[in-house]
Design a protein around this ligand. Structure first.
Ligand code: EPU
Length: 293
């Protein structure tokens, strides 16, 4: 604990992480650090670097499963007004990493700007959305990214233009850095049409996936090339498979839903079972999309 004595105001020891994730599972972090601005974040990263303290960055916890034992390291969360800044310079919008992505999407309609409605119904912080190159059949955040600002692991700030960002399917290689802010380049659109398209895309998701209020972390596995993990798992009859309080969703087989009494281990055991069955029946090694902490 003494490790972060110099950051008393922004450091919480033995902090529960479960309430900060959509699964609402798992144990505490040894330290939870909430730097209030970029200078404070740089100081925290510098401290971690010199003290050889491992750290992880938590966004809105929408794609993370924290183990029951918790995380024996520092967890950094970018929260508070500085990290939620949004500045419009139509057709560009500059957004800090901690801003809520869903709110940003809705604000873009007010500005008659199109693009982000294609990512309807995807929860997360702007930093997390970039980190995952979030998206779906209507496009990826890479398609509307103009540039990002990153902080490297020792606190230096780097700007990367779109063509310099290694976006991939469900992953962006940030070279161990943290997204500070992103600039998106949108296109002129018409508010009511954008809203209609947003509702239609969200409607598609609602019809095929568990609702956002449920305790899930979105899709558990990445899709194997040319196929759908959900389809493969469904074909094996795995929908509704239950271990303890965790269940493979009956709506979409690539989701796991946590009910009352679930543990992170229940989810991990379901993941192992699903992977084994797909390996045995289809010879495919499913890769995790969700991060296990
Ligand atoms: N399918 C089934 N059973 C299921 C699930 C899917 O038969 O339980 C079939 C569907 O009927 C469809 C095909 O599989 O024929 C593809 O399904 P879907 O359209 O639901 O897309 P997906 O490939 O399963 C991907 C993304 C989702 C994203 C949707 C819609 C991945 C891993 N998943 O799912 O992303 O919302 O497309 O754009 O890339 C996420 O990443 O967390 C996520 C939810």
């Amino acid at each position: 604990m003494s490790c972060f004595a110099s950051f008393k105001e922004i450091c919480q020891p033995d902090a529960e992480l479960a309430p900060l994730t959509t699964f609402k599972l798992g144990g505490p972090a040894r330290w939870l650090l909430t730097p209030r601005d970029e200078a404070e974040l740089a100081a925290v990263l510098n401290h971690c670097y010199t003290q050889k303290t491992p750290w992880r960055l938590l966004g809105q916890g929408a794609n993370v499963l924290v183990r029951d034992a918790g995380v024996d390291s520092a967890v950094i969360k970018l929260t508070g007004p500085v990290w939620e800044m949004v500045r419009w310079e139509d057709p560009l919008v500059h957004v800090a990493a901690g801003a809520d992505f869903t709110k940003l999407v809705k604000q873009s309609f007010e500005h008659n700007l199109a693009g982000l409605e294609n990512l309807a119904g995807i929860p997360g912080s702007v930093g997390g959305i970039i980190r995952m190159n979030a998206g779906g059949k209507h496009g990826y955040i890479a398609d509307w990214t103009h540039s990002i600002r990153l902080m490297d692991p020792i606190g230096a700030i780097i700007t990367r233009q779109r063509h310099e960002i290694p976006f991939a399917y469900r992953h962006t290689d940030l070279a161990g850095g943290i997204v500070l802010s992103a600039t998106f380049q949108l296109q002129p659109g018409q508010r009511s049409e954008l809203n209609q398209r947003y509702q239609a895309i969200w409607g598609e998701k609602k019809a095929t996936q568990p609702s956002l209020g449920m305790r899930t972390a979105g899709c558990i596995f990445k899709n194997p090339p040319g196929d759908s993990a959900g389809r493969l798992l469904d074909e094996l009859g795995l929908k509704g498979t239950r271990i303890g309080g965790a269940e493979i969703s009956r709506h979409h087989a690539n989701f796991i839903v946590a009910d009352e009494g679930a543990t992170a281990q229940n989810v991990l055991d379901l993941i192992t079972r699903a992977k084994e069955q797909v390996r045995e029946s289809a010879g495919i090694e499913l890769e995790l999309e969700v991060e296990i902490w």
